[in-house]
Design a protein around this ligand. Structure first.
Ligand SMILES: Cc1cc2nc3c(=O)[nH]c(=O)nc-3n(C[C@H](O)[C@H](O)[C@H](O)COP(=O)(O)OP(=O)(O)OC[C@H]3O[C@@H](n4cnc5c(N)ncnc54)[C@H](O)[C@@H]3O)c2cc1C
Length: 575
């Protein structure tokens, strides 16, 4: 048995994991364990920008940022955490700049900023330029910068190690177990503190902007070990995915002046959100697109609309959105400065996830009880700063701010705490699980996955209704049964991607069921969660977070948790 000992282990090498590693490794022995080579993490695909009230082009303040975030969340975000995020966003962006991140610049040499959906000046008066960017490669630059800093600081990396289990002994976190992809061997990582920074779970849907690897592993692993998940019913659909492919066209395209049009060429967002128009929050724009389609105003009567950039200066578009123009040319064979882009909503971002406090410590109930030695940050975590709907550019802020905070708390704790003993036979569960999946079954992983994705997209996406959700829950239970006896054609140990996909499918199925169950329970419409049978927000009964625990048979049990409100009382959301 290969056992590695560290003070702290960070699972995931995206923006959140690397930022945490940088902080924690200032005073402790830290390993980053990642199923991907670090710079392949999804953070690297983030295009549009990172929101921080620097006020470089016009007056801005962190309080306006906080207000926008809370209002954007449909008042479900915890306001103490939002305040920390919006305040610390400013210093953290400067910290990135000082690490050498090559931001785009204003003529005077300051960090350039552009407008983004839901970000306003003076508490909603009009759009403000708050998104700091490096062309349309902001996430790529963040990832490269942080990775370089981690290497410089001597963080130990275990690349292409797929974590499959969390170890707990004497009520404390004791480490993780991972499969080394190159050999198929199990490795035990024994540590005082473990942080999960494993990213999103968009692959439970058919049309998604998410990479193939975003399979909710961290959430799934902890859920299987008795940790609850929070606000799973809130999944964001980004309004502008390339039609049928889901590949993202960043909101920065609208920030730079792009307009959504229906088949009559009408700028329909003027009717839905007259002040912010195309730059309204994503939940509203996605619903508006669906509404246009339902009422027969999709392009050619189909289920998509046009994103029009043809009226904008072609040179500026090529300079400010080089990757986007490239994608559109590659995947659609059109020049977006001459022809409109066909777009439809695409599953994009998990607002819910592993519940944490503002120091990224995992909390296991509605009373803020901390699980010793366990941390989570980034998209897999739910602090909650995004509530029922995240604003664009606020995820990059979240991963950087809470990755940093989490790295600091991990460091503080591991300096004080003793190393817990390893549980007896730490790899037992992982070994048995792999043996079960490798046993001769009859089901194909890809069949089960395709069906799950289709059902979730049909019945649990932008519009939801009790009947559809009940149906999808029933289907998912059946799929979960089928997934117990899969047949893997790859019998080898080295790079057995099929085995890894079977494990990822187990997480996705349980997370999808948790999502649908929480969506069925929430009898109201709030943020990204829209119930046709309960179209209004219901603060009297539902101004609360949901929690979901996994029962021994794999099905979810639901609970709730209060929302923290400090400065902004819930109001009707108008834009
Ligand atoms: C196309 C696209 C564009 C986006 N644009 C923006 C934007 O402009 N602004 C913005 O704010 N947000 C944007 N987002 C959202 C944002 O990029 C993500 O939410 C954020 O980067 C997530 O970072 P993370 O560190 O939590 O996880 P990721 O960057 O997803 O990293 C996850 C890490 O976990 C590791 N991992 C996962 N499972 C395992 C396992 N079982 N074992 C070991 N390692 C594991 C992976 O190897 C990876 O290193 C965008 C998202 C997408 C998909």
């Amino acid at each position: 048995m290969a056992v590695h000992q560290f003070d702290g282990v960070i699972v995931g090498a995206g923006g959140a994991g690397l930022m945490a590693a940088l902080q924690a490794s200032k005073g402790a022995k830290i390993a980053v364990v990642s199923k991907l080579y670090p710079t392949r993490s999804h953070t690297g695909t983030a295009q549009g920008g990172i929101g921080a009230a620097l006020g470089n082009l016009e007056k801005d303040s962190w309080e306006w940022h906080m207000f926008d975030t809370v209002k954007g969340s449909d008042y479900l975000a915890d306001q103490d955490a939002v305040e920390l995020m919006c305040r610390e966003a400013v210093e953290t962006v400067y910290e990135l700049e000082h690490m050498g991140l090559p931001f785009s610049r204003t003529p005077e040499g300051k960090i350039a900023q552009r407008p983004f959906g839901g970000h306003t000046r003076e508490f909603g008066k009009g759009p403000v330029r708050r998104a700091c960017y490096a062309a349309d490669r902001t996430g790529h630059m963040i990832l490269q910068t942080l990775y370089q800093q981690c290497i410089k600081q001597g963080v130990t990396f275990f690349d292409e190690f797929h974590v499959v289990d969390l170890l707990i002994s004497e009520g404390r976190t004791a480490g993780v177990v991972a499969v080394e992809l190159a050999t198929g061997e199990l490795h035990t990582f024994h540590a005082k503190g473990v942080m999960f920074a494993t990213g999103g779970s968009g692959r439970m849907f058919k049309i998604t902007s998410n990479a193939l690897t975003l399979t909710g592993d961290g959430m799934g692993i902890l859920y299987r070990r008795g940790i609850p998940l929070q606000d799973m019913e809130f999944f964001q659909f980004h309004p502008t995915g390339i039609y049928k492919m889901g590949i993202l066209i960043t909101e920065a395209a609208r920030g730079e002046g792009g307009i959504l049009r229906n088949k009559a060429g009408e700028r329909f967002m003027e009717r839905y959100t007259p002040t912010l128009k195309d730059l309204a929050p994503r939940d509203m724009v996605s619903r508006a697109i669906h509404q246009e389609v339902l009422e027969g105003r999709g392009i050619d009567g189909k289920d998509f609309v046009h994103l029009d950039l043809t009226h904008l200066d072609a040179d500026a578009i090529h300079k400010k959105l080089p990757d986007i123009t490239d994608f559109v040319e590659t995947y659609l064979g059109i020049d977006p400065t001459k022809q409109p882009i066909p777009v439809q909503p695409t599953a994009h971002y998990a607002m819910g996830g592993i519940p944490t406090d503002a120091s990224a410590r995992v909390v296991v109930d509605d009373k803020k009880t901390v699980m010793p030695g366990l941390y989570a940050a980034g998209e897999c975590a739910c602090v909650s700063v995004h509530g029922a709907n995240r604003l664009g550019t606020n995820s990059l802020v979240d991963i950087i701010v809470f990755g940093r905070r989490g790295g600091k708390s991990l460091l503080e704790d591991v300096k004080r705490d003793p190393l817990p003993p390893l549980p007896a036979d730490p790899e037992k569960q992982a070994r048995e699980r792999i043996a079960r999946l490798m046993a001769e079954g009859g089901q194909r992983v890809s069949d089960i996955r395709t069906e799950m994705q289709a059902r979730m997209t049909e019945k649990a996406s932008v519009f939801r209704i009790a009947e559809g959700l009940t149906d999808v829950i029933g289907r998912l239970k059946q799929l979960r049964k089928r997934a117990e006896s899969v047949r893997l054609t790859d019998r080898g140990k080295a790079y057995n991607a099929e085995l890894m996909e079977a494990m990822e499918l187990e997480y996705l199925l349980e997370l999808a069921e948790a999502t649908a169950a929480a969506a069925l329970a929430r009898q109201e419409s709030r943020g990204a969660h829209y119930r046709e049978d309960f179209p209004k927000r219901d603060d009297a009964n539902w101004l609360k977070h949901s929690l979901v625990w996994r029962q021994p048979d794999g099905s979810p049990r639901l609970g709730t948790k209060p929302v923290t409100i400090t400065r902004f009382e819930p109001k009707e959301r108008k834009y």
